[in-house]
Design a protein around this ligand. Structure first.
Ligand SMILES: Nc1ncnc2c1ncn2[C@@H]1O[C@H](COP(=O)(O)OP(=O)(O)OP(=O)(O)O)[C@@H](O)[C@H]1O
Length: 539
């Protein structure tokens, strides 16, 4: 392993760290003045340990600067050499949450090491004595700690607690003896187990000020996914509904030509289907327990159909106590579709699709009673009006009506017959794998931006998590957040709420630390605390 000798003086150029490796990476990056102003750039001051200590104590962390954001996003342990001479080394050690260095650090005898914790909670272990009988002194460096000093000559190991990225700043003052190392090289004062890992392959450099920004490096991973199909479009927004989505694609989407609302051309397929007497489905019923994604599915469907902005109403809103009021509201619902159809001379294949979503449809379309009160007659007038728009003499073919209910058994059979809400799909409570998919969707942005601790990521994937407590010893644990024990009985809305609650806990911590949104980081403990809160409110 040979250390990277390249130096980057332009602060706008940030190295892109590989997002797959977990090995420790060492890079040289001369952004010295960004950290501490000009205070520490004076080489003279670095000869005096007391001066250095004082300066480190006063060091302020510029959390808003791009390099700081960049360091925090590293997926692997990182040592950034800010400045180096035969007399001193100044470096930053960055440890993603829950990780350790891949092998211990060792400085020559007589070196004076000053360590300042800039962020997170990091434990240091001194690995002294014989390897077989190592004695370890754990010293917890916390944010409040001032600069911490250690003599050289010992193997030292750092481990970031599962509480966000740990960042340490170190100044090493070497003894003025001929044996002091001129520059870092393999085996000198750090032995990084990276011989089989050519650093050149891992690093490429991009300017954050140009179009090819840091964000785009992250986007590259997603670009490989390829062109999105209808299925993947659904899956990105809705979890655990694969069979339902398959049915919708077959019954509603494939039978209906995807007319783009901004397209002026008529797809040939539309005409062919009509000429074969195949009329697309005009009604869809989504039913099931609350919060399982009926409304979200309806919105997604209308987006995928490139329909006009869906009109979503709750059925009780259609009932008006004034004479003629309800009829007016129903007319308003269909008015745009009718106007566009008229503008297309009645040819629905030339018109964009209009999606009308009626929530709580059972409030209006419930089984008829013989009651003759005024409420009942208003209701049946609304029902009749809507039914005629669906398949009566005034049928409007450029409309897709989506009804939603928690209680399908209350619905009038007349509504459910073919030609009306003929496709009926149950949206059930999510299964274990469904919960995993839903959690993945709602945590996706946070995960992509490296705001979740590795243990939480493992809990989301349901895989076991290996925690390196100290050199060569690992602890294995498995916690599945989608399991019945953790989130059994949670609906999609509950899971979305759980993510918001965990994020609020993480954000409160970040505010307390004074880092704000840039310091937002969510641990498994935060999610477990959120689970307790959610269960209480559900009970
Ligand atoms: N299957 C799911 N996948 C992803 N998110 C979901 C899913 N189900 C629910 N959600 C989340 O929960 C929120 C509320 O769900 P939605 O309003 O679609 O439920 P609903 O079934 O229409 O409930 P209700 O019957 O009470 O109207 C959604 O906006 C979404 O964030």
């Amino acid at each position: 392993f040979s250390l990277q000798k390249r130096t980057h003086r332009n602060s706008s150029i940030l190295p892109a760290v590989s997002r797959t490796t977990t090995r420790c990476e060492v890079i040289h990056y001369d952004a010295w003045s960004l950290l501490s102003g000009d205070n520490l750039t004076q080489e003279d001051s670095l000869n005096d340990p007391e001066q250095v200590q004082l300066m480190l104590d006063q060091m302020q962390v510029p959390t808003e600067s791009p390099w700081w954001q960049w360091m925090k996003a590293t997926p692997c342990p990182l040592i950034v050499i800010w400045s180096q001479s035969p007399r001193y080394i100044c470096r930053v050690i960055v440890l993603p949450s829950g990780t350790s260095l891949t092998s211990p650090l060792r400085e020559p005898e007589g070196t004076f090491i000053m360590t300042k914790l800039l962020m997170g909670v990091v434990s240091q272990e001194d690995l002294s004595g014989r390897r077989q009988q190592q004695t370890r002194q754990n010293e917890l460096l916390s944010k409040e700690s001032t600069t911490w000093t250690t003599p050289g000559g010992k193997d030292r190991m750092f481990h970031a607690m599962d509480m966000g990225t740990g960042v340490l700043f170190e100044v090493l003052l070497f003894p003025s003896s001929p044996s002091a190392p001129a520059t870092l090289s393999t085996g000198d004062n750090m032995c990084l187990n990276s011989a089989d890992w050519p650093i050149e392959q891992r690093l490429h450099f991009q300017s954050s000020s140009t179009k090819e920004s840091k964000d785009e490096i992250i986007e590259q991973d997603e670009a490989q996914v390829g062109a999105s199909s209808i299925h993947t479009e659904f899956q990105a927004a809705l979890g655990g509904l694969q069979p339902q989505i398959d049915t919708i694609v077959r019954r509603v989407l494939e039978g209906r030509v995807l007319l783009r609302s901004n397209s002026s051309t008529t797809p040939m397929e539309a005409r062919e289907l009509v000429s074969l007497g195949l009329v697309p489905v005009r009604g869809l019923l989504l039913y099931g327990p609350p919060g399982c994604g009926k409304t979200a599915l309806a919105r997604e469907l209308s987006r995928i159909l490139r329909a006009r902005e869906p009109k979503i109403v709750a059925a009780p809103e259609l009932l008006d106590r004034w004479v003629g009021g309800s009829e007016k509201k129903v007319r308003a619902l269909f008015q745009d579709a009718e106007a566009e159809l008229a503008a297309c001379s009645g040819d629905a294949t030339n018109s964009a699709l209009h999606v009308i979503v009626i929530d709580e449809i059972d409030a209006v379309f419930r089984k008829r009673t013989s009651s003759e009160d005024s409420g009942e007659s208003t209701r049946s007038s609304v029902v009749n009006q809507i039914l005629t728009k669906l398949d009566g003499v005034q049928a409007i073919p450029n409309v897709l009506l989506i009804g939603m209910t928690n209680r399908k058994e209350l619905l009038d059979e007349a509504l459910l017959r073919p030609g009306r809400l003929e496709v009926q799909i149950e949206i059930p409570m999510p299964s274990r794998e469904g919960r995993r998919e839903i959690l993945a969707i709602h945590f996706a942005a946070l995960r992509k931006n490296h705001r979740l601790c590795p243990r939480l990521c493992a809990a989301l994937d349901g895989t076991s998590y290996e925690n390196q407590t100290f050199w060569r010893r690992t602890e294995k644990s498995t916690y599945d957040l989608a399991s019945n024990r953790a989130t059994g009985g949670f609906s999609g809305a509950d899971l979305a709420g759980l993510v918001r609650c965990a994020a609020s806990i993480g954000f409160a911590k970040a505010r307390k630390d004074g880092t704000g949104v840039s310091g937002l980081f969510i641990t498994l403990d935060d999610v477990q605390q959120a689970l307790v809160e959610m269960r209480k409110s559900k009970a």
